[in-house]
Design a binder for this molecule. Structure first.
Ligand SMILES: C[S@@+](CC[C@H](N)C(=O)[O-])C[C@H]1O[C@@H](n2cnc3c(N)ncnc32)[C@H](O)[C@@H]1O
Length: 459
């Protein structure tokens, strides 16, 4: 499938993703970008797509987005190769085909130009929508914005000039390689190299050494100018026992930084993944009974315009921040917030299509509720408000995850002795209608969490 915005040219990208998020990212690039040649290596997903760059840069499961320059088999140095031979081998693998670097830089500039155009268009649209506000705006503010816009257009014009109006041909290959003679005269790019070198190669080369080797080569071979402080282009080199990847980042900020969130809670990518498991349909009613600042519901609402959302929390501060987030994301017409306890939901039975919830791990969010002891009651409430066929998606710490399995599946051995005592204080009520669908481990940074998905059956 080609996209009119890109003139149909296929570009090869890679994205980084948190541990456990790769499968979500693979699903997303296939579904939203009709991506082809999709493959993964630890923490990275590679794909080709002709979708417009603003759609690629709107991916939700990815951390960072790169234009792929080259992906090769991992470099293995022959045994007993001396330092000089090893360096020569590495240099030729990294810099071998110079036209590949020049071609990728042309594509990178073009994509930067398209992103800048999009930003300008969005800025103009926003201004038009603000309408009357514009006329009453303070003159200094308006002048500042006009100047900023002028600079943006100038940046864009320069990018287009640098491209010489030429489109690099991209015949479904790993990088875009212009034919000889078709290269426009390139102004010297300023650049900086960041390298991550791990595995067996790191016994011979440090990351800084590889960066210097690439930097020196690019200056010599292409006339690019090293600038460690404020470069136009970042060159990313990632070498490990699993992969050999060279690429250019396409956005300054990680994709995981959401422009529509004022205060962040749960990692946006994980919140998005949880929402994507909840089987939300047009008209669905989705509830987060411990919504915090509302991250999961806001991620869900961005994807599902025809669904409505209810967030509950006991903490006034969290609800205040959630309110600000909802306003900031302009979701007030579809998202309600209420102060209530997850152990006593103010909702009638069978009234909800999906429950999504990130239970406190007891690290970032202190809570007065003893989650382990109250898990049976919390689950009973969630099960009660769900309609038959509705979906429950929970993010739990590894400890709570063991408790949940023991509660919902009698065949699973019970929790650790200390926790067992707490559970037995009140016999767990029946929750047989929750049918297990899947459990996935995802990284939350310092620790992992487990996402559990259940569907309510009519048992
Ligand atoms: C892990 S945080 C949720 C974070 C949320 N996903 C976000 O992105 O901001 C758990 C939330 O549960 C709330 N909470 C704790 N005990 C509760 C209870 N008994 N009923 C409702 N909310 C509760 C806390 O105030 C906290 O905001």
């Amino acid at each position: 499938m080609s996209d009119p915005d890109t003139g149909g040219s296929v570009v090869r990208y890679y994205c980084t993703a948190g541990n456990g998020m790769e499968r979500f990212l693979i699903g997303e690039v296939k579904e939203k970008l009709a991506a082809e040649d999709v493959c993964q290596t630890a923490g990275k997903v590679l794909f080709s797509s002709s979708a417009a760059i603003h759609r690629v840069s709107a991916l939700k499961a990815a951390e960072r987005l790169f234009l792929l320059l080259r992906s090769d088999a991992p470099l293995r140095l022959p045994p007993h190769s001396g330092p000089a031979n090893a360096a020569a081998l590495l240099r030729s693998r990294l810099l071998g085909d110079v036209s590949q670097w020049a071609g990728a830089a042309v594509t990178w500039r073009r994509l930067q130009g398209e992103l800048a155009t999009r930003r300008t268009e969005e800025g103009r649209r926003g201004e038009r929508e603000r309408g009357d506000e514009e006329s009453s705006e303070a003159p200094t503010l308006k002048r500042e914005r006009d100047e900023e816009e002028e600079k943006e257009s100038e940046r864009k014009r320069r990018c287009e000039e640098d491209d010489g109006g030429e489109e690099a041909s991209a015949e479904n290959m790993h990088h875009v390689k212009p034919s000889a003679g078709a290269l426009p005269p390139e102004p010297a790019l300023s650049f900086r190299v960041s390298c991550k070198c791990t595995g067996s190669l790191s016994r011979c080369f440090g990351s800084q050494e590889v960066s210097r080797l690439v930097g020196g080569g690019l200056s010599r071979l292409l006339g690019w100018r090293a600038d460690l402080k404020n470069p136009q282009l970042d060159v990313n080199v990632s070498l490990s026992n699993d992969h050999f990847l060279l690429g250019f980042p396409l956005t300054r900020l990680p994709l995981a930084n959401r422009s529509y969130m004022k205060t962040t809670g749960l990692r946006s990518t994980v919140a998005w993944a949880m929402a994507s498991l909840a089987q939300i349909q047009p008209g669905s009613c989705v509830v987060d009974p411990m919504c915090g600042v509302g991250t999961i519901l806001i991620e869900a609402a961005q994807e599902h315009e025809a669904a409505c959302f209810l967030g509950l929390d006991l903490d006034d501060g969290q609800l205040q921040r959630a309110n600000e987030n909802v306003e900031f994301a302009e979701l007030g017409d579809r998202m309600q917030l209420l102060k209530a306890s997850c152990m006593r939901l103010p909702l009638s039975s069978g009234s909800v299509d999906a429950v999504v919830c990130d239970l406190p791990f007891g690290r970032k969010f202190g809570t007065k509720t003893n989650m382990a002891a109250n898990l049976p009651l919390i689950l009973t409430e969630m099960e009660r408000v769900l309609r038959v066929g509705g979906t429950l998606v929970l993010l739990l710490s590894p400890q709570l995850s063991c408790l949940l399995k023991a509660l919902l599946n009698p065949a699973v051995p019970g929790p650790a002795p200390g926790q067992e005592a707490e559970l037995q204080r009140e016999p767990p009520p029946p929750r047989r209608s929750l049918e297990h669908r899947e459990t996935l481990r995802v990284s939350l940074g310092a620790i992992d969490g487990l996402i559990h998905k259940y569907v309510k059956t009519d048992i």
